[in-house]
Design a binder for this molecule. Sequence first.
Ligand SMILES: Cc1ncc(COP(=O)(O)O)c(C=O)c1O
Length: 143
Amino acid sequence: MEWLFDAEGSRYLDFFSGIVTVSVGHCHPKVNAVAQKQLGRLWHTSTIFFHPPMHEYAEKLAALLPEPLKVIFLVNSGSEANELAMLMARAHSNNIDIISFRGAYHGCSPYTLGLTNVGIYKMELPGGTGCQPVSLEIFLLFL
Ligand SMILES: Cc1ncc(COP(=O)(O)O)c(C=O)c1O
């Protein structure tokens, strides 16, 4: 739902509805009910095991997509989704280089750290091969 409370109890109207990758708000009763029902049945599995609710969900999601988008690959986080997007773009284009905005956050996994350009997440370690941070002005020059 729309209200977010901090540790001191201050109330904020949350225009994000949660966070970018989980945009269903906070403690929505409908989401809570479905999550509690699932927790009572099976609370951990993996996409490597076939489980009917995952297929049912994928079919419902695919029905909402325009042709030819009919393939669903479920992942468990925004970082993993971005890793997959990078992998698919590289496999399709045969190029390694990817640019992202300075100041942008795309996750903290090894590859997405290469895309994330927020100071506190940067370390003097190799990683994010082929990822280049650019400013908006430079990005516009590419277009
Ligand atoms: C735009 C964006 N990309 C990626 C992520 C990473 O998602 P996760 O923390 O689920 O790995 C976030 C998380 O806030 C995000 O906002």
